[in-house]
Design a binder for this molecule. Sequence first.
Ligand code: 5GP
Ligand code: ZN
Length: 113
Amino acid sequence: MDCIFCQIVAGKIPSEIIYQDEEVIAFRDINPQAPTHLIIIPRKHIPSLAELSPAELPLIGRMVAVAHKLAREEGITETGYRLVVNYGEWGGQIVPHLHMHLLGGKRLSAKLG
Ligand code: 5GP
Ligand code: ZN
């Protein structure tokens, strides 16, 4: 098992896990791009959006719901936040385990790309 995020799920790599349930976990990004930068992932190893089966689609909804709950806990729902899923080389996906970035706590760049 050489997937970094699977190792975080298994507790083999330490991380600041701030949420977990039976399907989803969330932790702070090791290299934060904003005052709040959380990573939300499925426990299951799904490499990217391309491998998400129709039956697994509800996971995305759960991840969004967890993200909003954590944003509220971080106190950034008033000012706002951004959810990002990178895909592929040009989209900037580095870690091949499906994940969502939650960014907030500062005014984010108006440019998305
Ligand atoms: P990607 O570019 O694949 O969308 O984002 C991967 C994110 O994972 C990056 O923001 C990177 O800082 C974060 N990351 C990579 N390795 C680790 C790690 O070992 N621990 C934590 N907490 N975050 C990581
Ligand atoms: Zn994985």
